[in-house]
Structures are given as C-alpha cells and as structure tokens.
Write a protein that binds this ligand. Sequence first.
Ligand SMILES: [Zn+2]
Length: 82
Amino acid sequence: MTDNYQVLASIEAAQHDTPFCACGAPAVLVGHDRNVWLECSTLGEHRSALRRLLALDLVADHTRRLVVDLAADDAMRLEAAA
Ligand SMILES: [Zn+2]
C-alpha cells in the first residue's frame, strides 16, 4: 500500500534524479488518470511535423517513465478487501 509520504518521496526523487530530458528540455511531472509520469516537457507540446523533425524528435530518446502508479495500488487494496 502506498501512503502519502511514499508518493511524495517518489516524486521528489524522480525530479531530483532526472531534472532534464536527454534532449536538454526540462523533465516535468504529468498526471494521467491515477498515475504520475516524469516526462520530457516537449512531449506535451503540439508541434508541427516539420518542427518535430528539426528538433530531432524522431531520433531523440525523450524521458518518459512512471513515477507513481496509484491505479495499481487501488487494485491491490480491492484484492486485499475481497
Ligand atoms: Zn526530450
């Protein structure tokens, strides 16, 4: 089970360990559903195909990793309660 302290510690560690993407852009925390991802700030931008090509998005290995998975924690709680 994940408590608030563990969630905050995971988020702080992720930001500390990976402040920037390999492409040089800042890495940012983004919430999707009940998950928190650390990802390259350029991934959330809506850019033209030409601009992505110029920024070498096609070859760049942008940061995107799961930091907190609260959905999985909810599933574990439901299994434990059953
Ligand atoms: Zn990037």
